[in-house]
Design a protein around this ligand. Structure first.
Ligand code: FRU
Length: 494
């Protein structure tokens, strides 16, 4: 009884705080998920339940910095227009008194189950991470089960005893009636690894194996995921402190996909790469809605200053657009979900426009918009698109033919962002494929978010950017002649 009272208080307190406090919406995204107030990080519990999409997220309503983790909650009929619901989980029980960390959702017996990491403190005052469960009949009000925690440090294999407090982020899925969980734990040799457990009832779990380790991928993994896609098995994970390798892994922590096959309780890798080549993309999670595998990531990097926090706007961070995933020759292809097209309000269209030096188009501008273009770069070495531009600042998308790269650069934006990386990072680039000297871009701007899809999702660069001015002009530049075979600009409105 006492426990339930406490729980009710913490959930109510969080909901009331969001209702009774104000935030500055200057940079608040319109068609991306962002916190009602305060801080958000990882997407959690993504699912399609009883005809609606649900997204939960790591949430600290009381400040625009990370703190004791709750699970915020939003639902949607189309993954773009979200309705924010009461907080789903608060750190209010013995096993999660320090925080309800990341996890996943799955339907079982017609109810929605959340499987999450409960953090508590042991007698030596060390944080311990265990796996816990809550469920809901209506998809809104959740009850933690009596048997919590369902997995503790005792369930870790022998090679993970030294850092037994690092055991988190359960992702549960079902194969032929058996539930499987992938989760991460730090090995005694200070390396990340993915563990697998199985269960028939979501409560009693049995250790299967350590299914993946990779010495080259940093010191610890976070937020694992696993699913089959176009005949292969795919794992996602967010490895910490991965050393730089050419254009890859420039952010403090990275998000990676691994393609291969799960065989004999072990993941046989064929290929891996970074998921997103931008400045801000981490801890993605996927779900299957009956037709498509959809991924959402946290649109932020750890270890960076965040302008909305520094300026006292009372909120920080957001999630990416939901992206449909497919595989092509072991490479992950990401495309924004089609639903976003339903929010295109006005369209500007230009065809066969030559850009030589600087050029602007009257109806191509905005900070809540989508731009699509096909460009022929046969007769130019550089092709640049300056966005969120005023007389004093701009962010740039830069094609460099000699290097064969496309970069996103926010270094000329007034509100600077600093990071903990040894080499400061204010721009990133990816290799770009030309077909007959052409490439295509689809990019989305939503106040402080820029997501660039290259060649139909072969590469994606996602970044935050907080321009001081509000003119949000878009300008093109080529040193030779670039031909915009088609240029489309839609203003997006919810
Ligand atoms: C990843 C992460 C997870 C953890 C959560 C805590 O961003 O560090 O590993 O569960 O955030 O908020």
């Amino acid at each position: 009884m006492e426990k339930n009272m406490l729980k009710k208080d913490m959930l109510n307190k969080a909901n009331q705080y969001a209702q009774n406090n104000k935030l500055n919406k200057r940079y608040k995204p319109i068609y991306h998920i962002s916190p009602p107030i305060g801080w958000m990080n990882d997407p959690n519990g993504l699912c399609f339940f009883k005809g609606e999409y649900h997204a939960f997220f790591q949430y600290h309503p009381y400040e625009s910095v990370w703190g004791p983790m709750h699970w915020g909650h939003a639902k949607s009929k189309d993954l773009i227009n979200w309705e924010y619901l009461p907080v789903a989980l608060a750190p209010d029980s013995e096993c999660d008194e320090v925080g309800c960390f990341s996890g996943s959702a799955i339907e079982h017996d017609g109810k929605l189950f959340l499987i999450y990491t409960g953090v508590n403190r042991n007698e030596r005052n060390q944080d311990m991470q265990t796996q816990c469960i809550a469920y809901s009949e209506d998809g809104i009000n959740f009850k933690k089960i009596e048997q919590n925690p369902v997995l503790t440090a005792k369930d870790l294999p022998e090679s993970c005893q030294k850092y037994s407090g690092e055991f988190r982020d359960p992702k549960v899925f079902i194969i032929e009636g058996t539930y499987y969980m992938v989760t991460v734990a730090k090995a005694d040799d200070n390396k990340g690894q993915i563990l697998m457990y199985k269960s028939n009832d979501l409560t009693n779990w049995e250790f299967v194996n350590i299914i993946y380790q990779n010495d080259k991928l940093g010191t610890m993994f976070e937020c694992p995921d696993m699913f089959s896609l176009d005949g292969k098995d795919v794992m996602l994970m967010s490895p910490m402190f991965v050393p730089r390798e050419a254009h890859r892994f420039h952010n403090l922590h990275s998000a990676v996909y691994v393609v291969g096959k799960l065989e004999d309780d072990s993941f046989k890798e064929e290929y891996h790469d970074e998921i997103d080549g931008g400045l801000d993309f981490y801890a993605p999670q996927t779900f299957f809605d009956g037709e498509t595998r959809i991924m959402i990531g946290w649109l932020q990097s750890w270890g960076r200053t965040i302008p909305t926090h520094e300026m006292g706007h009372n909120w920080a961070c957001s999630l990416s657009l939901p992206r449909e995933l497919t595989l092509l020759d072991n490479k992950l292809i990401q495309r924004p979900v089609d639903f976003v097209c339903n929010y295109r309000k006005t369209q500007a269209k230009y065809t066969y426009q030559e850009v030589s030096g600087f050029k602007q188009f009257e109806y191509v501008k905005g900070d809540v918009c989508e731009i699509g273009l096909d460009v022929d770069v046969k007769n130019t070495n550089f092709f640049v698109i300056n966005i969120l531009k005023t007389d004093k600042e701009k962010a740039s998308i830069i094609f460099n033919k000699e290097q064969g790269t496309l970069a996103f650069d926010r270094s000329a934006i007034k509100n600077t962002i600093l990071g903990e990386e040894a080499i400061p990072v204010s721009s990133r680039y990816v290799p770009i494929n030309l077909k007959d000297n052409k490439f295509s871009l689809n990019f989305f701007i939503d106040k402080c978010i820029v997501e660039i899809f290259v060649n139909g999702g072969e590469q994606v660069l996602s970044s935050t950017v907080y321009p001081e001015g509000e003119k949000a002009e878009i300008e093109f530049w080529a040193d030779g002649v670039a031909t915009l075979e088609s240029l489309l600009c839609w203003q997006l409105r919810i």
